[in-house]
Design a binder for this molecule. Structure first.
Ligand code: UDX
Ligand code: UDX
Length: 479
């Protein structure tokens, strides 16, 4: 009989993972009190905003769940210590970006927030607390968390000693389909050593997930499975992207190739869409973590195998930018170029690691004027993403204002395209599939170019208006 009955949950980190995950748990477990806490006051204000369209994260179906649960059994606040003190189970969902300085910079995750979270838990938790790693972490982070948690006991007398057990429960949701992935997960993975704690977490998921989908493993297998899962997914994208380049050179069509290989049930048809390279907060970071781990264990061949996935990803973005410059006679200085889509994929307002960032920066450095359109991303976010380009320019010629004029934002696709020499589709938003090319062709500078990096446009529809068209992976024009 399991005697760890969970009544109160706390989640530290109200981001893309913590917010939707806790909302779904609260929705299925009305007897549980779920406190989501975050140090970012604005984020919490938005989670609590009366106008449900102001939630900090856009995910289909999330608003309805928030309406049902908020202030009933789901609460958002900045009172991190209080929420920790009353919780039986605490999820760590803070961000873990790649370190930008010091040992392992550019290679391994920056764990400062995980560590500070563990320190807060060790200080404020009461009695027995189950600590669950929800953030994706380098393998063996659970050991660090445990060391910090148990260190707090050193100063306490026997009677007041706290107890903790640490579980790994990685999240596999993809942005844009978060609610669907949470409601109907392919699997739930729980790693740990303490059977009672594992069972306490299993019982929460059992409210809506069949037991056969819940996998339990040891801690390290769980942590490594999350990294491996993302590495395998990213590997498929780099594989098909590398083939897209061969297609362009050889006369093959990457969509025909993807369709043909995807029919093999051993390969499967999902995750074979070529594109400008994978973005998002996880793939690159997780592969780099894997590479770091391999090097740490002296497995340099394994490290370079996985590293090549990231290299191809960057190469794909670079070759697209070069293709654009070459097509525009090797000179884009002063030319207006329309960028359609800045999010790292459709269905989200997230731009982390979006290929749009590196392609845009390179075009700006060549002197282009960018007209950017994205239905969900705010101009301030884009400006922020391109800020090191803007800063470099400021250092170089102290004329930031002038350079900012190289960046223009449009809410109307047709205005973005007006006078442009080229139009580049970077995100596969649905409304780009419905563009009226007759109107566009009349308004663009001639010769006009359209570059489709997502394979969402039909060549014949565009060619008939006299627009030059390049589609990623399409070598069919070759004889
Ligand atoms: C997730 C995962 O948790 C991470 O491991 C993965 O690798 C990337 O995706 P995500 O939810 O997308 O993170 O991150 P983000 O949207 O940035 O949310 C993290 C939240 O934690 C932020 O709102 C931040 O304010 C909060 N935070 C961070 C704290 O409350 N305290 C801290 O000390 C640090
Ligand atoms: C990913 C994983 O899918 C998810 O399981 C994990 O928890 C977090 O990381 P996410 O980053 O939200 O989720 O998006 P995903 O749909 O996996 O796409 C990642 C990137 O790959 C995007 O830039 C997308 O455009 C690109 N992609 C995806 C392709 O280029 N081709 C494909 O076939 C699929």
């Amino acid at each position: 009989m399991n005697n760890l009955k969970i009544k109160k949950i706390c989640c530290v980190g109200a981001g893309y993972v913590g917010g939707p995950t806790m909302a779904v748990i609260a929705d299925h477990c009305s007897d549980l009190k779920v406190n989501v806490v975050d140090r970012n006051e604005e984020r919490i204000r938005n989670w609590n905003h009366k106008d449900i369209s102001n939630l900090p994260i856009y995910e289909k179906g999330l608003d309805q769940i928030i309406k049902r649960t908020r202030n009933k059994n789901l609460f958002f606040s900045t009172k991190i210590e209080d929420a920790i003190a009353e919780a039986d189970m605490i999820f760590i969902s803070v961000n873990t970006p790649i370190k930008n300085k010091g040992l392992g910079a550019g290679q391994t995750s920056d764990l400062r927030w995980v560590e500070s979270c563990a320190r807060k838990i060790s200080l404020h938790a009461k009695g027995h607390t189950i600590v669950v790693e929800k953030s994706t972490l380098p393998v063996r982070t659970a050991k660090t968390i445990k060391d910090i948690l148990f260190a707090s006991n050193d100063d306490l007398n026997e009677k007041n000693k706290k107890t903790f057990s640490v579980l790994s429960n990685p999240e596999f949701l993809a942005e844009g389909t978060a609610i669907l992935n949470l409601e109907k997960p392919d699997r739930i993975l729980i790693g740990g050593e303490d059977k009672k704690s594992i069972e306490a977490l299993v019982e929460i998921y059992l409210r809506w997930v069949p037991r056969k989908k819940i996998i339990t493993t040891n801690l390290w297998s769980s942590e490594l499975s999350k990294l491996t899962s993302n590495a395998f997914l990213a590997q498929r994208i780099s594989s098909i992207n590398s083939i897209s380049a061969i297609c362009e050179s050889s006369g093959a069509d990457v969509y025909e190739v993807a369709n043909a290989i995807g029919k093999d049930t051993r390969i499967g048809s999902q995750f074979l869409n070529p594109g400008p390279g994978f973005g998002g907060s996880c793939f690159k970071k997780d592969i780099l973590n894997l590479v770091y781990l391999c090097n740490y264990f002296g497995l340099s061949e394994v490290a370079s195998f996985w590293e090549s996935i990231v290299r191809i990803n960057q190469w794909q973005q670079d070759r697209i930018y070069k293709k654009i410059v070459e097509s525009l006679f090797g000179n884009i200085s002063g030319k207006k170029i329309a960028i359609l889509g800045f999010a790292f994929k459709a269905g989200t307002n997230d731009t982390r690691e979006s290929p749009a960032i590196s392609i845009s920066k390179n075009l700006l450095l060549e002197g282009a004027k960018l007209a950017i359109h994205d239905p969900k991303v705010q101009p301030s976010q884009i400006q922020n993403d391109l800020s090191d380009y803007l800063l470099t320019q400021e250092d170089n010629n102290k004329d930031l204002k002038n350079n900012k004029s190289n960046l223009m934002f449009f809410t109307d696709i047709y205005q973005a395209a007006e006078g442009a020499h080229a139009l580049i589709i970077i995100t596969e938003w649905d409304n780009y599939k419905k563009i009226d090319w007759n109107i566009i062709s009349k308004n663009m500078s001639k010769p006009s170019w359209v570059f489709d990096t997502r394979g969402i446009l039909a060549k014949d529809k565009i060619n008939k208006y006299g627009i030059n068209f390049w589609q990623l992976g399409d070598g069919s024009g070759k004889n």
